[in-house]
Design a protein around this ligand. Structure first.
Ligand SMILES: [Cu+2]
Length: 204
C-alpha cells in the first residue's frame, strides 16, 4: 500500500471515530440536558409519560388525576442536602406569586429514594415547603419507570462517614407539563422564582 493511500485510510478512520464520538456526545447531551424539545412531537427526545404512584396520604394517584392542570414535576428525595430544598423553595415562592392562578398548576415531587421516602416521610417533607405540593413515591420499579420516562438520572451513592448510609445523585430539572401531561419546558433547580412564575404564566 502506498504511503499516500495509508495516509488517506488513517484520515478516514479518524473522521469515522470523530463522527461516532459526536453521535455519542449528542445522545448523552439529550439524555442529560433535555434542551430544545419545546414542542411535543417535534422529533426531539420525548419527556414524560403516564405514571401510577402513591401520594403522601397513601392514595394511589396517576397522571390522569392532574389532567387539565399544568404539572410542575420535580424528582428528588427528602434527605437531599441542598439541591432539592433549593428547587422546592423556588417552586413554593413561584406558586405564591401566581396568586389565584396557582390553582391551575400542580407542583409534584417524585422521590428517587423510595426505600426511605415512605408516604408518611413525604408528607412531613412536602408540607414544610408548600400546602399545594404533592409528594409521590412508589415501588423501586414504579420510580424507575417514571424516571425513565422523564429522562431523569438517579443513582445511589454510599456515604461511609454518615449515619444516612447513602445519598442519591440525581438530575435537578423541574419539568413543566401541559394539561395532558406533555412536556412544555423545564427549569434548572436554581432558576429565580419570578422567572419560573413568568414562564409558567406564559403557558396559561
Ligand atoms: Cu436533591
Amino acid at each position: 500500500m502506498s504511503a499516500a493511500k495509508r495516509g488517506l485510510q488513517r484520515g478516514l478512520l479518524i473522521v469515522a471515530a470523530l463522527a461516532a464520538l459526536g453521535v455519542a456526545g449528542l445522545v448523552a447531551m439529550q439524555w442529560l440536558m433535555p434542551h430544545g424539545g419545546e414542542q411535543p412531537g417535534s422529533g426531539q427526545v420525548s419527556i414524560g409519560g403516564p405514571f401510577t404512584l402513591t401520594d403522601q396520604d397513601g392514595r394511589t394517584v396517576s397522571d390522569k388525576d392532574f389532567a387539565g392542570k399544568l404539572m410542575l414535576v420535580y424528582f428528588g428525595f427528602t434527605n437531599c442536602p441542598d439541591i432539592c430544598p433549593t428547587g422546592l423553595q423556588t417552586i413554593a415562592i413561584a406558586m405564591d406569586s401566581l396568586g389565584g392562578d396557582a390553582a391551575r398548576v400542580q407542583p409534584i415531587l417524585i422521590s428517587v429514594d423510595p426505600e426511605r421516602d415512605t408516604p408518611a416521610v413525604m408528607k412531613d417533607y412536602v408540607q414544610a415547603f408548600h400546602e399545594r405540593l404533592i409528594g409521590l413515591t412508589g415501588t423501586p420499579e414504579q420510580i424507575a419507570k417514571v424516571a425513565r420516562e422523564y429522562r431523569v438520572y438517579y443513582q445511589k451513592v454510599p456515604l461511609k462517614e454518615s449515619s444516612l448510609g447513602y445519598s442519591v445523585d440525581h438530575s435537578g430539572f423541574i419539568y413543566l407539563m401541559d394539561g395532558q401531561g406533555r412536556y412544555l419546558t423545564h427549569f434548572r433547580h436554581d432558576v429565580a422564582p419570578d422567572e419560573m412564575a413568568k414562564r409558567i404564566r406564559a403557558r396559561f
